[in-house]
Design a protein. Structure first.
Length: 724
């Protein structure tokens, strides 16, 4: 028997500081959950029981970076004010300090019918448990991945390999305050036949009760195979494999943190669909982390996606015009009508199979455009012939390093972009960079606002750093965009989102980790690191003839709102900037609602956390020509904490949202000390982004570009701290 100790060494350090200035450190979120101190990542075990929301989370009790993974714990009665509780499941080490078990991500349920047999009699205050009918506890069960860094033999006899990942359970009979690990752990020791080699990439169980089959259902991932495993059980201890699913849609990177749950369609209780939600890292819409969803049906054993919700990456929309597929690998760019500069003069497309990178994937045919010609040393541009925009969308396959076009540095000695852009009237109106991956993925631009105008496509490589190249393939013009994955959030900082168990389908609430693995361990915070998103209520709505997952901040957040600090409607808003006088301290934490019509303007938005010289600012707006909502954090403050390249932090994060010129655009914006979350009025678009501005950057300004905006209204409420 190996003597066990906890992994707790430094958890008490710093509490004197917290007692003096509780939750007021620089960048400390004021209405987002964050740990009192140390590192936090994925939300785990979200469960509602007896009037309380339980939030467990990945936690390092020993420092502000990942390690010694344990389950932290907090509870709330309103999803706004949180009470910190003791660590629930704490990393274990042997007497020599070797870490034996870390508690990775998972879920929690309340076993109301005691299917597990873990319940105990409830005693009254005098210690008596007798009576005509005994009462029993309703045990809370945590289902999690046991990660074993050190080879050993478990007390139950399981022989564990170094690095093994297995599924285990623990139970609590006092509402999650204290926990007992099941003596028969792990309850699922290894992946199923055919996937035995994935024993160290088998994780993140999400469990729920399936009423129709009277069984517990578990979904877990073979992370590197992009495979969902579906298990069932009658007692939470013994599990049977029911089926497998995947990969579909966003098929690259690690698939992690799944959840599967039903939602009513358009509010109808008689029409229900199931939503499969999963985190992907890397391989998201923006570099590194992202979260996608797929809508379908679930019968207790098999998840069947709706055919309208999945796509074949090898097929293009009917009626598409293939502008360039780069199949002519014996031709130069000049032969194809494109103009090259710098190192690309006299060169042309390459056979994709001969491109000397570690794993180029996802191309169609055999040819591909690439700037990886002599390693990452080539620099220059390649420009398409001029064409007239006749379709509403331009779609293309793209891969490579994340070096976005930055209008602040483009064409200067500081230019480091590696990008694919659309140029209209000499201006770049759309641009896309790679996702720090060699896997080509589909991306689309809405160009309806430019139909009839002449344009060119521009590929720029101004960089010789690591992964400083770009691959482009299959450029098409079409009336509809090429299908992509369904993304929960279009920003860089929303990952591993999971819903609460214990809530009905019409009150489904999820929380995501508000960070990104590309830089999570380096963000410029002290004593603690990472926060959770605003809790979001989710539903399914039909929008423009497509069923979408929509989300809005929970209504209880309004308990923190101050009175209206500013409210005004502009019949017309002239081009340029207009000051919005929001008093301190609420100019750094607020809820702002912006509504407007197009008028003659091309872009309308709000500038937050701006300073007097405009050298710092976060820009949020809607582009009518490009038909998208965006958050621009190129100048949002500190980003020097990202020390490696490609630097995925700077950028402009875009969510396409087509609209008619007569439509009213509504943006609900939530600004905290180090983040913005943006939702459109219907909840079909969400963009979450961390920002780290200086204290003197606190001005708020409306702006419009390209003309006069109509019926622009702005309403501002301050948001009080949830921790005071």
């Amino acid at each position: 028997m190996v003597a066990l100790t906890t992994c707790l060494f430094t958890v008490l350090v710093g509490f004197g500081h917290l007692a003096r200035a509780y939750y007021t450190e620089e960048y400390r979120p004021q209405f987002h959950f964050s740990p009192e101190m140390n590192w936090m990542n994925d939300p785990n075990g979200l469960v509602y029981h007896d009037g309380k929301y339980h939030l467990f989370y990945q936690y390092n009790p020993n420092g502000t970076t990942w390690g010694f993974m344990s389950w932290g714990h907090a509870v709330s009665t309103d999803l706004v004010h949180w009470e910190h509780l003791p660590i629930a499941l704490e990393c274990e080490s042997d007497s020599n300090g070797n870490v034996l078990e870390m508690f990775f991500s998972g879920s929690a349920v309340v076993d109301v019918d005691n299917t597990s047999g873990f319940a105990v009699p409830v005693h009254d205050k005098k210690g008596r448990g007798r009576g005509k009918k005994k009462r029993y506890t309703k045990p809370m069960i945590a289902i999690y991945t046991s990660n074993y860094p050190t080879a050993h033999t478990e007390p139950g006899g399981a022989v564990i390999r170094e690095g093994q990942q297995s599924q285990s359970i623990a139970y609590s009979n006092d509402d999650g305050l204290t926990w007992t690990q099941y003596e028969g752990n792990p309850v699922i020791e290894s992946p199923p036949p055919g996937y035995e080699d994935q024993w160290n990439q088998f994780r993140d169980p999400y469990v729920f009760w399936h009423e129709q089959t009277s069984k517990w259902i578990m979904v877990a991932f073979l992370a590197m195979k992009q495979k969902l495993l579906i298990y069932s059980s009658t007692n939470l201890k013994d599990w049977s494999l029911e089926s497998l699913f995947g990969p579909e849609n966003a098929r690259f990177g690690q698939w992690e943190c799944p959840s599967l749950f039903p939602l009513h369609v358009d509010g109808s209780r008689s029409n229900e669909k199931w939503v499969l939600m999963m985190a992907i890292n890397p391989g998201g819409l923006v570099p590194a982390s992202g979260t996608q969803y797929i809508i379908g049906e679930f019968d207790g054993s098999t998840f069947v996606p709706d055919q309208a919700d999945i796509y074949d990456p090898t097929q293009i929309p009917s009626g598409s015009i293939v502008f360039q597929d780069f199949e002519s690998t014996s031709s130069t760019f000049e032969d194809l009508g494109w103009t090259a500069t710098g190192d690309f003069v006299g060169l042309g497309p390459r056979q994709a199979s001969t491109v000397d990178v570690w794993d180029i994937r996802g191309y169609l045919g055999t040819g591909v455009f690439t700037t990886y010609l002599f390693g990452d040393v080539a620099k220059g541009t390649v420009t398409s012939p001029t064409f007239t925009i006749t379709k509403d969308y331009i779609s293309f396959l793209i891969a490579g390093g994340s070096y976005p076009y930055n209008p602040l540095t483009a064409g200067t000695p500081d230019d480091n972009q590696v990008s694919f852009s659309l140029v209209v009237d000499g201006e770049i109106v759309h641009s896309q960079t790679g996702g720090n991956s060699e896997a080509l993925v589909w991306r689309s631009w809405n160009v309806a606002g430019y139909v009839g105008q002449e344009a060119q496509l521009l590929i720029t490589d101004a960089n010789t750093g690591p992964l400083a190249h770009i691959h482009v393939d299959e450029i098409i013009f079409s009336d509809t965009p090429k299908d992509e994955a369904n993304w929960i959030d279009y920003g860089p900082d929303y990952y591993a989102a999971v819903p609460f168990n214990g809530l009905p389908s019409d009150d489904r609430v999820a929380i995501g980790w508000m960070n990104n693995w590309a830089y999570a361990q380096n963000i410029p915070t002290t004593t603690w690191r990472s926060a959770m998103s605003i809790p979001r209520k989710m539903s399914l709505k039909t929008i423009n003839n497509k069923l979408k997952l929509v989300q809005q901040p929970v209504s209880t957040l309004s308990s923190l709102y101050t009175r209206t600090l500013y409210s005004r409607t502009y019949k017309t808003l002239q081009s340029g900037q207009t000051n919005v006088p929001v008093p301190a301290p609420y100019n750094t934490r607020m809820k702002l609602t912006l509504e407007f019509k197009r008028g003659t303007v091309s872009q309308v938005g709000i500038i937050l956390r701006s300073n007097s010289t405009n050298s710092q600012e976060t820009v949020i707006g809607y582009d009518f020509l490009g038909q998208y909502v965006f958050v621009d954090r190129f100048k949002s403050g500190d980003n020097a904490f990202v020390t490696w390249q490609p630097n995925p932090y700077p950028g402009r994060f875009v969510a396409t949202m087509p609209t008619k010129t007569t439509d009213v655009i509504t943006l609900n914006i939530f600004l905290d000390w180090s983040s913005v979350e943006v939702f459109d009025g219907l909840g079909q678009v969400a963009i979450t982004s961390q920002i780290f501005p200086l204290d003197d950057s606190a001005d708020v300004k409306l702006y419009s570009v390209g003309g006069t905006a109509s019926s622009v209204s702005v309403d501002v409420n301050g948001i009080k701290s949830a921790w005071t």
